[in-house]
Design a protein around this ligand. Structure first.
Ligand code: ADP
Length: 413
């Protein structure tokens, strides 16, 4: 078997990583962009391929691209986008939610202003599709189509927010009538081979003519895979601006009250929940240098008497669903080390409550934990968190989504 190439299209740039069958990294390439536009993505994709060493390119036999979840574009039968993409966080779809409520089950994931289905309906109302065929694609689908040349293909990770039924692997019975000219993607399993690379692309970049382009995934699932988490009960906590939990479970959990939903992951599920607490609150009070310095002065084996719920604004959804929940940040000690201790401890308790909540709702209980995001740097925080979560803490193999995509290309789920 040759090399696998994983490509990650994130919020501010793209990265490619080539790995061998032992999952060792052989080459990497990066590029940044400040404009989210299909032409920019295309140029970035080709720039990444060009940057890879020739002898590496010549051995690549599988390529897989991940993109930001729910970034949607509409294109014609030539693959040309007919309007700027609707980015992952674009909530113009809120205007069509009342329409979606007429057919989608109450509490379904598609009833969010940023879902792919809300974007599709927004497009139907606001873009001039005319009588020509129009393909609805996600960022990763469109980029892969530049390599394999087929439009109208997606994967069941990207398609979840389009309303695809990942349990029965079909569009659900409730799926609305849409014009026959609007082409929904055919859904593949993430990592499954779609088609060989287009001959002219293979030739231009000295890639093997039988190199296979695989069905993609989303950036956050690729990052989960990159950690090395693979057993039921394995989880990744992301200590970034917000606190995000992802747990590999035998049983799916979907509970809109808590904003919990499950991606299919082969015969298992990737259950996720996100709290509004997290690093953004820390950054509000401290610089990264202060976080580093002060956290080293904390004794993680001593309990802080402070009982905080760190939020920047009102309300949280997970693990406590209360839109009116107020930030609890008092009393504030004069000593910044004590204050930080209280904050880190509070976030650690919220994380533990999060995993407890997932298991109460039926998910496989947490067995092993990987940590990602800026907060993973802090050993003190890690020790503090171990007080509340008595499972082994493991270091992710890689923090890079591109690595996860390469692993998925090598071993489809
Ligand atoms: P984003 O979600 O924005 O991608 P990152 O994964 O880059 O976030 O993480 C940034 C967060 O990491 C910051 O909000 C900061 O609070 C936190 N952070 C950075 N350094 C430390 C540290 N030494 N200890 C604890 N938290 C830290």
């Amino acid at each position: 078997m040759g090399l696998a190439l994983g490509i990650d299209f994130g919020t501010s740039g793209a990265r490619a990583i080539a790995i061998n069958p032992d999952r060792a990294i052989l080459a990497q390439a990066t590029c940044t962009y400040d404009l989210q536009h299909p032409q920019v993505w295309k140029t970035s994709l080709f720039s990444l391929l060009e940057q890879l060493p020739l002898e590496c390119r010549q051995q690549i036999t599988r390529i897989l691209i991940n993109g930001t979840s729910a970034t949607v574009l509409f294109c014609d039968r030539e693959g040309e986008a007919i309007a700027p993409p609707l980015m992952y966080n674009d909530d113009r779809g809120k205007a069509v939610i009342p329409q979606l409520q007429r057919f989608a089950p109450a509490d379904h994931l598609v009833l969010s202003a940023t879902s792919s289905l809300a974007k599709l309906f927004w497009g139907l109302e606001n873009l001039s599709f005319g009588d020509r065929p129009i393909y609805v694609l996600h960022q990763a689908d469109w980029l892969a189509s530049l390599l394999h040349g087929r439009l109208g293909i997606s994967d069941y990770h990207n398609a979840l927010k389009l309303g695809y039924d990942v349990h029965n692997l079909c569009y659900p019975d409730w799926f609305p009538q849409i014009p026959t000219t609007l082409k929904l993607p055919k859904i593949y399993t993430p990592g499954e081979a779609i088609a060989p690379i287009l001959p002219d692309i293979a030739q231009s970049f000295s890639l093997p003519s039988d190199c296979l382009i695989c069905a993609g995934t989303t950036d956050s699932i690729a990052a989960f895979i990159a950690s090395g988490a693979s057993f039921s009960g394995d989880a990744v906590t992301s200590l970034g601006s917000t606190l995000v939990l992802k747990l590999l479970s035998e049983i799916p959990v979907n509970d809109s009250r808590y904003g919990i939903y499950s991606h299919r992951f082969g015969d298992r599920y990737l259950v996720g929940g996100a709290s509004n607490t997290g690093g953004a609150v820390l950054r509000h009070f401290f610089t990264d240098v202060e976080l580093d310095t002060f956290s080293r002065q904390i004794n993680p084996h001593q309990e802080s008497p402070l009982d905080y719920y760190p939020l920047l604004g009102k309300g949280d959804r997970f693990p406590i669903n209360d839109p009116n929940l107020l930030p609890r940040l008092d009393p504030r000690p004069d000593n910044p080390v004590e204050f930080l201790h209280g904050l880190l401890q509070a976030i650690a308790r919220i994380e533990a409550l999060g995993y407890q909540r997932l298991s109460e709702l039926g998910a496989t209980p947490l067995k092993r934990l990987y940590t990602a995001g800026g907060g993973a740097k802090s050993d003190t925080w890690s020790q503090l968190r171990q007080t509340y979560l008595s499972v082994p803490f493991l270091t992710p193999i890689s923090p890079l989504a591109a690595y996860g995509s390469a692993c998925l290309a090598l071993n489809p789920i």
